[in-house]
Design a protein around this ligand. Structure first.
Ligand SMILES: [Zn+2]
Length: 186
């Protein structure tokens, strides 16, 4: 695996199984047997885990001889704002533990908070705040499955400052409580 983003192999695997659009542009799935590469959200039949590798750099993927999937077209930039959105999401994936205001995120990519919010919503159908919540909750689900840390410790680990907000957002995204989630996946 070749990755500089803040995700383990199993986290990326979970995201491709869920066809999760949240991480499109952040990494690519390559399949050894077919020599094809995909976006995380690709809806094609899932490869075997043993044949999969993840890259965060499309140039390296192409150089390694993989061809773009015709279905999800990972090599096509669907909008002129793709790079900017990618910069925002990689900042959020890297800094999710920090207290981030819209202003902090906007400063990082060099545009105004107003423009950031409008553009981000237009491109992803989410606000940056909602996106950050999704990234934090994804981290929490991974920690619930792979560690025995308490749900309260995990709440603070992933950047929430209020347990009640953590439980509320967790339930909105996973339709269950953190404890129920852990019981279902252990
Ligand atoms: Zn694909």
């Amino acid at each position: 695996m070749k990755s500089i983003i803040n995700l383990t192999f199993d986290e990326m695997w979970d995201k491709i199984m869920a066809c999760d659009r949240t991480y499109d542009g952040q990494f690519y799935t390559t399949v050894k047997t077919t020599k094809i590469y995909c976006r995380p959200s690709c809806k094609s039949r899932k490869p075997k885990k043993i044949n999969v590798d993840f890259y965060d750099d499309i140039v390296a993927v192409e150089r390694a001889g993989f061809r773009a999937c015709k279905r999800c077209q990972p090599e096509v930039e669907h909008s002129p704002h793709t790079q900017l959105i990618k910069n925002v999401t990689s900042f959020l994936i890297k800094e999710y533990k920090q207290q981030l205001t819209l202003q902090d995120i906007a400063n990082n990519v060099g545009i105004s908070p107003f423009y950031l919010e409008r553009l981000f919503k237009q491109e992803t159908a989410e606000t940056p705040r909602r996106y950050l919540e999704k990234i934090r909750i994804d981290k929490a689900t991974h920690l619930l499955k792979s560690t025995d840390r308490t749900t309260l410790a995990i709440c603070y680990d992933v950047g929430f400052h209020s347990p009640s907000n953590f439980y509320k957002v967790f339930r909105r995204l996973n339709k269950c409580s953190p404890t129920e989630y852990r019981n279902m996946h252990s």
